[in-house]
Design a binder for this molecule. Structure first.
Ligand code: TYM
Length: 356
Protein backbone atom coordinates (compact mmCIF):
# COMPACT_ATOMS: atom_id res chain seq x y z
CA UNK A 1 0.00 0.00 0.00
CA UNK A 2 1.37 3.44 -0.99
CA UNK A 3 2.02 5.93 1.85
CA UNK A 4 2.15 8.93 -0.51
CA UNK A 5 -0.58 11.51 0.15
CA UNK A 6 -3.22 11.61 -2.53
CA UNK A 7 -3.94 14.79 -4.50
CA UNK A 8 -7.22 15.17 -2.56
CA UNK A 9 -5.57 14.95 0.86
CA UNK A 10 -2.88 17.42 -0.28
CA UNK A 11 -5.60 19.90 -1.31
CA UNK A 12 -7.38 19.34 2.00
CA UNK A 13 -4.15 20.01 3.90
CA UNK A 14 -3.52 23.27 2.00
CA UNK A 15 -7.11 24.27 2.64
CA UNK A 16 -6.84 23.64 6.42
CA UNK A 17 -3.54 25.58 6.58
CA UNK A 18 -5.13 28.51 4.78
CA UNK A 19 -8.20 28.53 7.05
CA UNK A 20 -6.09 28.26 10.22
CA UNK A 21 -3.83 31.14 9.17
CA UNK A 22 -6.76 33.25 8.03
CA UNK A 23 -8.85 32.75 11.18
CA UNK A 24 -5.80 33.41 13.37
CA UNK A 25 -5.21 36.66 11.46
CA UNK A 26 -8.85 37.61 12.04
CA UNK A 27 -8.52 37.02 15.79
CA UNK A 28 -5.18 38.75 16.14
CA UNK A 29 -6.28 41.74 14.04
CA UNK A 30 -9.12 42.49 16.44
CA UNK A 31 -8.61 45.78 18.24
CA UNK A 32 -7.96 45.42 21.95
CA UNK A 33 -10.09 46.88 24.75
CA UNK A 34 -9.23 46.85 28.47
CA UNK A 35 -11.31 47.69 31.50
CA UNK A 36 -11.87 46.76 35.13
CA UNK A 37 -14.19 47.09 38.08
CA UNK A 38 -13.01 47.72 41.63
CA UNK A 39 -14.03 44.91 43.97
CA UNK A 40 -15.40 47.07 46.74
CA UNK A 41 -19.07 47.05 47.63
CA UNK A 42 -22.04 46.04 45.54
CA UNK A 43 -22.41 46.52 41.80
CA UNK A 44 -25.33 48.71 40.81
CA UNK A 45 -27.26 49.81 37.74
CA UNK A 46 -24.69 52.55 37.06
CA UNK A 47 -21.92 49.94 36.77
CA UNK A 48 -24.20 47.83 34.58
CA UNK A 49 -25.23 50.59 32.16
CA UNK A 50 -21.95 52.56 32.18
CA UNK A 51 -19.55 49.62 32.05
CA UNK A 52 -20.72 45.98 32.02
CA UNK A 53 -23.25 46.46 29.23
CA UNK A 54 -20.47 48.00 27.11
CA UNK A 55 -18.05 45.15 27.87
CA UNK A 56 -20.60 42.55 26.80
CA UNK A 57 -21.45 44.47 23.62
CA UNK A 58 -17.76 44.79 22.69
CA UNK A 59 -16.56 41.28 23.49
CA UNK A 60 -17.29 39.62 20.14
CA UNK A 61 -15.85 42.38 17.98
CA UNK A 62 -12.83 43.27 20.12
CA UNK A 63 -10.03 41.42 21.87
CA UNK A 64 -11.31 42.16 25.37
CA UNK A 65 -9.27 42.13 28.59
CA UNK A 66 -11.59 42.58 31.56
CA UNK A 67 -10.52 42.25 35.15
CA UNK A 68 -11.35 42.49 38.84
CA UNK A 69 -9.47 45.48 40.23
CA UNK A 70 -8.84 43.91 43.63
CA UNK A 71 -5.58 45.81 44.26
CA UNK A 72 -7.52 49.03 43.81
CA UNK A 73 -10.07 47.80 46.35
CA UNK A 74 -7.28 47.76 48.97
CA UNK A 75 -7.32 51.56 48.86
CA UNK A 76 -10.63 51.47 50.75
CA UNK A 77 -11.34 47.92 52.01
CA UNK A 78 -9.22 46.64 54.90
CA UNK A 79 -11.48 43.79 55.95
CA UNK A 80 -10.13 40.56 54.37
CA UNK A 81 -13.45 38.68 54.59
CA UNK A 82 -15.35 41.59 53.07
CA UNK A 83 -12.80 41.87 50.25
CA UNK A 84 -12.91 38.12 49.47
CA UNK A 85 -16.70 38.25 49.38
CA UNK A 86 -16.70 41.26 47.07
CA UNK A 87 -14.15 39.69 44.67
CA UNK A 88 -16.27 36.52 44.44
CA UNK A 89 -19.53 38.41 44.05
CA UNK A 90 -18.22 40.75 41.32
CA UNK A 91 -16.53 37.86 39.47
CA UNK A 92 -19.88 36.05 39.45
CA UNK A 93 -21.69 39.19 38.34
CA UNK A 94 -19.37 39.76 35.36
CA UNK A 95 -20.27 36.26 34.14
CA UNK A 96 -23.95 36.43 35.07
CA UNK A 97 -24.31 39.68 33.11
CA UNK A 98 -22.99 37.89 30.02
CA UNK A 99 -19.21 38.16 29.90
CA UNK A 100 -18.10 35.19 27.82
CA UNK A 101 -14.71 33.82 28.94
CA UNK A 102 -14.39 32.04 25.58
CA UNK A 103 -14.36 35.41 23.83
CA UNK A 104 -12.83 37.75 26.40
CA UNK A 105 -9.86 37.36 28.75
CA UNK A 106 -11.18 37.62 32.31
CA UNK A 107 -8.84 37.70 35.30
CA UNK A 108 -7.95 39.11 38.70
CA UNK A 109 -5.52 42.05 38.76
CA UNK A 110 -3.66 40.73 41.84
CA UNK A 111 -2.85 37.46 40.02
CA UNK A 112 -0.45 39.44 37.81
CA UNK A 113 2.35 41.22 39.74
CA UNK A 114 3.18 43.10 36.51
CA UNK A 115 0.32 45.52 37.34
CA UNK A 116 1.89 46.63 40.64
CA UNK A 117 5.37 46.68 39.10
CA UNK A 118 4.45 48.93 36.20
CA UNK A 119 2.29 50.96 38.60
CA UNK A 120 5.41 51.81 40.61
CA UNK A 121 7.38 52.68 37.48
CA UNK A 122 4.61 55.05 36.38
CA UNK A 123 4.58 56.65 39.86
CA UNK A 124 8.12 57.76 39.16
CA UNK A 125 7.05 59.79 36.12
CA UNK A 126 3.85 61.22 37.68
CA UNK A 127 3.71 64.47 39.59
CA UNK A 128 2.05 65.27 42.93
CA UNK A 129 0.28 68.12 41.13
CA UNK A 130 -1.46 66.00 38.49
CA UNK A 131 -2.44 63.29 40.97
CA UNK A 132 -3.88 65.79 43.42
CA UNK A 133 -6.03 67.25 40.62
CA UNK A 134 -7.94 63.95 40.16
CA UNK A 135 -11.59 64.61 41.05
CA UNK A 136 -12.07 61.14 42.51
CA UNK A 137 -9.10 61.66 44.85
CA UNK A 138 -10.38 65.10 45.84
CA UNK A 139 -13.88 63.71 46.55
CA UNK A 140 -12.67 60.72 48.54
CA UNK A 141 -10.14 62.65 50.59
CA UNK A 142 -12.32 65.72 51.16
CA UNK A 143 -12.54 66.76 54.79
CA UNK A 144 -9.63 64.54 55.88
CA UNK A 145 -6.30 65.85 57.12
CA UNK A 146 -3.26 64.95 54.97
CA UNK A 147 -1.95 62.80 57.81
CA UNK A 148 -4.89 60.42 57.54
CA UNK A 149 -5.28 60.19 53.73
CA UNK A 150 -3.93 56.90 52.44
CA UNK A 151 -1.14 57.10 49.89
CA UNK A 152 -2.93 54.34 47.93
CA UNK A 153 -5.86 56.65 47.31
CA UNK A 154 -3.44 59.22 45.90
CA UNK A 155 -1.54 56.83 43.61
CA UNK A 156 -4.68 54.92 42.59
CA UNK A 157 -4.66 56.43 39.05
CA UNK A 158 -1.08 55.35 38.28
CA UNK A 159 -2.00 51.74 39.06
CA UNK A 160 -4.98 52.20 36.79
CA UNK A 161 -2.69 53.51 34.04
CA UNK A 162 -0.53 50.39 34.49
CA UNK A 163 -3.62 48.14 34.23
CA UNK A 164 -4.36 49.69 30.89
CA UNK A 165 -0.94 50.26 29.31
CA UNK A 166 0.27 46.71 30.01
CA UNK A 167 -2.16 45.40 27.39
CA UNK A 168 -1.55 48.07 24.72
CA UNK A 169 -5.28 48.60 24.07
CA UNK A 170 -6.86 50.84 21.47
CA UNK A 171 -9.89 51.62 23.66
CA UNK A 172 -10.84 51.76 27.34
CA UNK A 173 -14.61 51.45 27.89
CA UNK A 174 -15.64 53.18 31.13
CA UNK A 175 -18.33 55.37 32.62
CA UNK A 176 -17.98 59.14 32.73
CA UNK A 177 -16.40 59.26 36.21
CA UNK A 178 -13.26 57.47 34.95
CA UNK A 179 -12.61 59.76 31.98
CA UNK A 180 -10.14 61.93 33.88
CA UNK A 181 -8.14 58.83 34.87
CA UNK A 182 -7.95 57.73 31.23
CA UNK A 183 -6.79 61.22 30.25
CA UNK A 184 -4.00 60.90 32.85
CA UNK A 185 -3.15 57.44 31.45
CA UNK A 186 -2.79 58.98 27.99
CA UNK A 187 -0.54 61.73 29.35
CA UNK A 188 1.66 59.21 31.18
CA UNK A 189 1.95 57.01 28.08
CA UNK A 190 2.94 60.00 25.93
CA UNK A 191 5.42 61.22 28.58
CA UNK A 192 7.00 57.77 28.89
CA UNK A 193 7.26 57.32 25.11
CA UNK A 194 8.90 60.73 24.75
CA UNK A 195 11.23 60.51 27.75
CA UNK A 196 12.42 56.94 27.17
CA UNK A 197 11.33 55.25 23.94
CA UNK A 198 8.14 54.45 22.05
CA UNK A 199 6.71 51.73 24.34
CA UNK A 200 3.01 52.25 24.97
CA UNK A 201 -0.04 52.57 22.75
CA UNK A 202 -1.89 55.75 23.71
CA UNK A 203 -5.48 54.51 24.22
CA UNK A 204 -8.77 56.34 23.64
CA UNK A 205 -11.58 56.42 26.16
CA UNK A 206 -14.93 54.94 25.16
CA UNK A 207 -18.04 56.05 27.05
CA UNK A 208 -21.61 55.11 26.15
CA UNK A 209 -23.54 57.82 24.27
CA UNK A 210 -26.21 57.67 26.94
CA UNK A 211 -25.97 56.42 30.53
CA UNK A 212 -22.29 57.22 31.06
CA UNK A 213 -23.25 58.81 34.38
CA UNK A 214 -26.27 57.28 36.06
CA UNK A 215 -27.27 59.48 38.99
CA UNK A 216 -28.34 58.58 42.52
CA UNK A 217 -32.03 57.80 43.02
CA UNK A 218 -32.03 59.77 46.26
CA UNK A 219 -30.09 62.73 44.84
CA UNK A 220 -29.88 63.23 41.06
CA UNK A 221 -27.09 65.77 41.46
CA UNK A 222 -24.65 63.03 42.55
CA UNK A 223 -23.68 59.85 40.67
CA UNK A 224 -25.05 56.46 41.65
CA UNK A 225 -22.23 55.01 43.72
CA UNK A 226 -21.10 51.81 45.47
CA UNK A 227 -19.83 53.91 48.35
CA UNK A 228 -23.07 55.89 48.82
CA UNK A 229 -24.02 56.14 52.47
CA UNK A 230 -27.63 55.11 51.81
CA UNK A 231 -28.79 52.03 49.86
CA UNK A 232 -31.65 54.23 48.59
CA UNK A 233 -29.02 55.81 46.29
CA UNK A 234 -28.72 52.79 44.03
CA UNK A 235 -30.33 49.63 42.67
CA UNK A 236 -27.88 46.83 43.39
CA UNK A 237 -27.76 44.12 40.70
CA UNK A 238 -28.67 41.66 43.46
CA UNK A 239 -31.64 43.63 44.83
CA UNK A 240 -34.90 41.66 45.18
CA UNK A 241 -37.98 42.66 43.13
CA UNK A 242 -39.55 44.05 46.33
CA UNK A 243 -36.50 46.19 47.09
CA UNK A 244 -36.41 47.47 43.49
CA UNK A 245 -40.11 48.43 43.58
CA UNK A 246 -39.61 50.22 46.89
CA UNK A 247 -36.48 52.10 45.80
CA UNK A 248 -38.02 53.22 42.50
CA UNK A 249 -41.26 54.30 44.12
CA UNK A 250 -39.22 56.41 46.58
CA UNK A 251 -36.85 57.80 43.92
CA UNK A 252 -36.69 61.59 43.91
CA UNK A 253 -38.65 63.30 41.10
CA UNK A 254 -38.66 66.86 39.77
CA UNK A 255 -41.31 69.47 40.47
CA UNK A 256 -44.28 69.30 38.09
CA UNK A 257 -45.98 66.18 36.84
CA UNK A 258 -44.65 65.66 33.31
CA UNK A 259 -42.63 62.57 32.32
CA UNK A 260 -40.05 64.61 30.42
CA UNK A 261 -36.26 64.84 30.28
CA UNK A 262 -34.37 68.13 30.24
CA UNK A 263 -31.59 70.15 31.86
CA UNK A 264 -34.04 71.48 34.45
CA UNK A 265 -35.39 67.95 35.13
CA UNK A 266 -32.38 65.94 36.38
CA UNK A 267 -34.36 63.31 38.29
CA UNK A 268 -36.68 62.41 35.40
CA UNK A 269 -33.80 62.57 32.92
CA UNK A 270 -32.02 59.98 35.04
CA UNK A 271 -35.03 57.67 35.38
CA UNK A 272 -35.82 57.96 31.66
CA UNK A 273 -32.18 57.20 30.80
CA UNK A 274 -32.25 54.03 32.90
CA UNK A 275 -35.54 52.96 31.28
CA UNK A 276 -34.24 53.77 27.79
CA UNK A 277 -30.99 51.86 28.28
CA UNK A 278 -32.63 48.76 29.72
CA UNK A 279 -35.53 48.53 27.28
CA UNK A 280 -33.58 49.80 24.25
CA UNK A 281 -36.15 52.44 23.43
CA UNK A 282 -35.37 56.15 22.96
CA UNK A 283 -36.09 58.73 25.64
CA UNK A 284 -38.25 60.61 23.08
CA UNK A 285 -40.41 57.50 22.55
CA UNK A 286 -40.76 57.04 26.31
CA UNK A 287 -41.83 60.68 26.69
CA UNK A 288 -44.53 60.03 24.06
CA UNK A 289 -45.56 56.74 25.69
CA UNK A 290 -45.98 58.39 29.11
CA UNK A 291 -47.47 61.70 27.90
CA UNK A 292 -50.38 62.50 30.27
CA UNK A 293 -49.57 59.57 32.56
CA UNK A 294 -48.63 59.85 36.22
CA UNK A 295 -45.23 59.47 37.91
CA UNK A 296 -46.78 56.46 39.63
CA UNK A 297 -47.54 54.64 36.33
CA UNK A 298 -44.12 55.48 34.94
CA UNK A 299 -42.28 54.36 38.06
CA UNK A 300 -44.24 51.13 38.28
CA UNK A 301 -43.29 50.25 34.66
CA UNK A 302 -39.68 51.28 35.24
CA UNK A 303 -39.46 48.97 38.26
CA UNK A 304 -40.86 46.13 36.10
CA UNK A 305 -38.25 46.76 33.39
CA UNK A 306 -35.42 46.70 35.94
CA UNK A 307 -36.77 43.53 37.55
CA UNK A 308 -37.08 41.84 34.12
CA UNK A 309 -33.49 42.83 33.22
CA UNK A 310 -32.07 41.53 36.49
CA UNK A 311 -34.11 38.32 36.69
CA UNK A 312 -31.92 36.23 34.32
CA UNK A 313 -28.77 37.79 35.81
CA UNK A 314 -29.82 36.80 39.32
CA UNK A 315 -30.79 33.30 38.17
CA UNK A 316 -27.36 32.69 36.63
CA UNK A 317 -25.78 34.21 39.71
CA UNK A 318 -27.49 31.65 41.93
CA UNK A 319 -26.09 28.85 39.74
CA UNK A 320 -22.58 30.31 39.76
CA UNK A 321 -22.64 30.66 43.54
CA UNK A 322 -22.99 26.88 43.84
CA UNK A 323 -19.85 26.27 41.75
CA UNK A 324 -16.98 28.53 42.89
CA UNK A 325 -14.42 26.20 41.28
CA UNK A 326 -15.90 26.86 37.85
CA UNK A 327 -15.34 30.61 38.29
CA UNK A 328 -11.87 30.12 39.84
CA UNK A 329 -10.85 28.04 36.81
CA UNK A 330 -12.05 30.73 34.42
CA UNK A 331 -10.05 33.37 36.30
CA UNK A 332 -6.94 31.15 36.41
CA UNK A 333 -7.16 30.52 32.63
CA UNK A 334 -7.69 34.25 32.02
CA UNK A 335 -4.62 35.11 34.11
CA UNK A 336 -2.55 32.58 32.15
CA UNK A 337 -3.65 34.22 28.90
CA UNK A 338 -3.01 37.75 30.16
CA UNK A 339 0.42 36.95 31.70
CA UNK A 340 2.58 36.81 28.54
CA UNK A 341 0.96 39.95 27.12
CA UNK A 342 1.62 41.88 30.35
CA UNK A 343 5.12 40.40 30.70
CA UNK A 344 6.12 41.53 27.19
CA UNK A 345 5.10 45.14 27.79
CA UNK A 346 6.66 45.19 31.25
CA UNK A 347 9.97 43.88 29.88
CA UNK A 348 9.95 46.56 27.17
CA UNK A 349 9.16 49.30 29.70
CA UNK A 350 11.94 48.09 32.03
CA UNK A 351 14.50 48.05 29.24
CA UNK A 352 13.37 51.49 28.11
CA UNK A 353 13.93 52.86 31.65
CA UNK A 354 17.34 51.19 32.02
CA UNK A 355 16.40 48.19 34.13
CA UNK A 356 18.23 45.49 32.23
P1 TYM B 1 -15.60 51.40 39.50
O1 TYM B 1 -15.43 50.06 40.10
O2 TYM B 1 -15.93 52.54 40.40
O3 TYM B 1 -16.70 51.35 38.39
C1 TYM B 1 -16.67 50.34 37.39
C2 TYM B 1 -17.20 50.93 36.09
O4 TYM B 1 -18.54 51.41 36.29
C3 TYM B 1 -18.63 52.76 35.85
N1 TYM B 1 -19.57 53.48 36.71
C4 TYM B 1 -20.64 54.15 36.27
N2 TYM B 1 -21.13 54.33 35.04
C5 TYM B 1 -22.27 55.06 34.92
N3 TYM B 1 -22.91 55.63 35.98
C6 TYM B 1 -22.44 55.46 37.24
N4 TYM B 1 -23.07 56.00 38.27
C7 TYM B 1 -21.26 54.68 37.42
N5 TYM B 1 -20.54 54.34 38.52
C8 TYM B 1 -19.51 53.60 38.06
C9 TYM B 1 -17.22 53.31 36.02
O5 TYM B 1 -17.00 54.45 35.22
C10 TYM B 1 -16.38 52.12 35.61
O6 TYM B 1 -16.26 52.06 34.20
N6 TYM B 1 -10.87 52.70 38.88
C11 TYM B 1 -11.95 51.96 38.28
C12 TYM B 1 -11.60 50.47 38.05
C13 TYM B 1 -10.37 50.28 37.25
C14 TYM B 1 -10.25 50.46 35.86
C15 TYM B 1 -8.89 50.17 35.55
C16 TYM B 1 -11.15 50.84 34.85
C17 TYM B 1 -9.14 49.90 37.73
N7 TYM B 1 -8.25 49.82 36.69
C18 TYM B 1 -8.42 50.25 34.24
C19 TYM B 1 -10.66 50.91 33.55
C20 TYM B 1 -9.32 50.62 33.24
C21 TYM B 1 -13.14 52.03 39.21
O7 TYM B 1 -13.01 52.19 40.39
O8 TYM B 1 -14.33 51.75 38.63
Amino acid sequence: MSCKPSAVSCKLYVCICFLTTYSWRLISSKKRVVSGITTSGELHLGNYIGALQQFIALQSEYDGYFFLADLHALATVHDPEKLRKSIRSIANLYLACGLDPEQATFFCQSALPAHAELGWMLNTISTMGELSRMTQYKDKSAGNANDSIQAGLFTYPTLMAADILLYQPKLVPVGDDQKQHIELTRNLAERFNKRFSETFTVPDVLTPKQGARIMGLDDPSKKMSKSASSAANYIALVDSPEAIKKKISKAVTDSGTEIKAGKDRPALTNLLTIFSELEDVSVADLEKRYGGKSYRDFKSDLADVIIATLKPVQKTLEELETDPKYVDDILAKGAEKARPVAAKTLAEAKTAMGLG
